[in-house]
Unconditional design. Structure first.
Length: 121
């Protein structure tokens, strides 16, 4: 079977699309301003978009962690699919982006959409 130019072009486009899907994500400015755990615990709203910087203190369940930024501690949910490949421990500074989940009679939690390592301040 011989390859035609059309098949080669189609293969090239498919390869570029797959490579693009694995490319880095946007890390530039955002309309969501950084906040603190204390602000979320005191006045956070359900579905509020947040950006936090701090550390994952410990794992407390499947895809559940305690996160601290020095102003307080809040539980965060990080899907295994988005967890960074490099090792993260309780001293690794990270930035998380996600939304506040507030349910009646429970403490707020952050449903994390993006997590990345950041340099210490």
């Amino acid at each position: 079977m011989h390859s035609t130019p059309a098949r080669l072009a189609l293969f090239g486009v498919a390869a570029l699309c797959l490579a693009g899907a694995a490319a880095a994500q946007y890390v530039g400015p955002s309309a969501v301003r950084p906040t603190t755990v204390a602000e979320i615990l005191n006045s956070g709203r359900d579905d509020q978009q947040v950006v936090l910087q701090g550390t994952l203190q410990k794992k407390v369940g499947h895809e559940k962690y305690e996160f601290s930024d020095g102003t307080g501690v809040i539980r965060v949910e990080i899907d295994d699919k988005i967890f960074p490949r490099e090792a993260i421990d309780d001293t690794t500074r990270v930035e998380i982006q996600g939304e506040v989940e507030k349910e009646f009679m429970t403490s707020p939690e952050i449903d994390v959409d993006v997590i990345r390592r950041v340099a210490a301040p």
